[in-house]
Design a binder for this molecule. Sequence first.
Ligand SMILES: [Zn+2]
Length: 106
Amino acid sequence: MADLVGPRLYGCYKCQNQVSRHDDIVSKDFQAMHGRAFLFSHTMNIVLGPKQDRQLITGLHTVADVHCKDCGEVLGWKYERAYEQSQKYKEGKFVLEKYKIVKENW
Ligand SMILES: [Zn+2]
């Protein structure tokens, strides 16, 4: 793969499985448990865990853990449902923790 003009990607920090595109970042200003995180409109090559309700700083949400499809590492979570009107924009989007993804093809 010597294609230098492809999209800028992020990969799993453990196995380099490609999980998201730079162009799909909605927000870089997310705070996760262990530091900064990015909000993505799409991800790929991931597996979702069971849905669960979580009380977050911004209110009650239904979320599902995002696992790397190749190595099973938890990379972040998906917002399945937000109950607060102001948080509805996050529904169907994915949060990946910054320290768990690495730049690929940049
Ligand atoms: Zn992985």
